[in-house]
Design a protein around this ligand. Structure first.
Ligand code: ADP
Ligand code: MG
Ligand code: MG
Length: 320
């Protein structure tokens, strides 16, 4: 007899959290899983956006020196963000908002700011100005601005995972603008094939494929949001110590692991650290891998990743 099983599939795409969100799920409750996930992502955006006036982050940024009672969800993200700021010695810093606003990368007004303004924004950057308690948060210096753009999508991906699991759905894929998470394998029992985008600015194709089962792949690159001035590229990952876009020879960093929330913070942090320091940092964390791509198109993998990363563009060289 023919015992092919019909598996229900649900899909949705939406522009949320300032990025394209794509989701697919397979299983009896696939519809509910996708619908609830999209709702949750929107809820997270409404809590953590810098620009939505009712968000926790907007309230904090615009009411310095006041205890603000924030949602449990925002507090969880702020705590993780501050913790990563501490362990990366400020390479990841959720108080990067003043600098992000000043540079305006990704907006029409992007241009290289004058030195004195960078100095002023640097003085308003520092995770020590963020106080967190069990049910409130507080910014203790006027002018300091939170920006969770480097971590909130990872949090959202983990929330999607919980919703998928709660619905008993065994196969799902979500991509929040470069934060990819797969749950289970594919319906046919094979691994998901996740493409890593060619990080050369303007190219849209894939340069490597990762075989993924229950995995997250979070990429930070200089090609996503940037502008050019006098032949130089200025991108959206800011070094909190200099106030300028992190300067190194990297095009992109992909973190490959099992927790998207952590991976998101790590991808941003490791991009700021650069190849040498970043590789050492990741090699010291269990169960977390990293792939670096340099401007010379050299690819560096942390130990163990060769088995799942398949480079399929001959322009790129795996350095062993
Ligand atoms: P993407 O925004 O493409 O997901 P990232 O996860 O690397 O890329 O996050 C970059 C965003 O994080 C920036 O657009 C900005 O909002 C914020 N950001 C920039 N520099 C830092 C930093 N050093 N630490 C924390 N967040 C940062
Ligand atoms: Mg990030
Ligand atoms: Mg990200």
């Amino acid at each position: 007899s023919n015992d092919t099983v019909e598996v229900k599939t649900a899909e949705d795409n939406a522009f949320l959290m300032d990025t394209l969100v794509q989701m697919r799920a397979h299983g009896e409750n696939a519809d509910a899983a996708v619908e609830e996930s999209m709702k949750r992502i929107e809820e997270i955006e409404n809590l953590m956006s810098k620009t939505i006036e009712t968000s926790d982050i907007y309230q904090l940024n615009n009411n310095p020196n006041q205890k603000i009672e924030v949602s449990k969800q925002s507090l969880e993200v702020l705590k993780k963000a501050k913790n990563y700021a501490e362990i990366t010695e400020g390479d990841f810093d959720p108080t990067i908002g003043a600098l992000v606003e000043l540079w305006g990368i990704g907006t029409k007004n992007a241009s290289v700011p004058p030195e004195n303004k960078i100095k002023a924004a640097l003085a308003n950057t520092g995770y020590q100005y963020l106080n967190l308690d069990d049910n409130y948060a507080k910014i203790i210096k006027a002018g300091v601005k939170l920006d969770l753009g480097g971590i909130a999508k990872g949090y959202a991906a983990e929330e999607v995972k919980k919703i998928v699991e709660k619905n008993g759905v065994e196969h799902a894929f979500v991509n929040l603008g470069g934060n990819v998470l797969v749950i289970g394998d594919k319906v046919d029992g094979s691994s998901w094939k996740i493409g890593i985008q060619d990080p050369r600015a303007g190219r849209g194709d894939v340069m490597a494929i990762i075989d993924a089962v229950d995995l997250t792949i979070v990429t930070s690159g200089n090609y996503e949001r940037y502008f050019e001035e006098n032949g130089k590229l200025y991108h959206h990952i800011i070094d909190p110590k200099t106030g300028y876009p992190a300067e190194n020879n990297l095009l992109s960093v992909s973190i490959i692991s099992h927790n998207s929330f952590d991976a998101d913070a790590l991808s941003t942090a490791v991009y700021v650290m650069g190849l040498e320091k970043g590789m050492e940092f990741i090699e010291n964390i269990d169960d977390v891998g990293v792939m670096f791509i340099t401007k010379e198109l050299d690819v560096y993998l942390s130990s163990g990743l060769e088995e799942i990363v398949n480079i399929n563009d001959p322009d790129f060289n795996l350095i062993e």
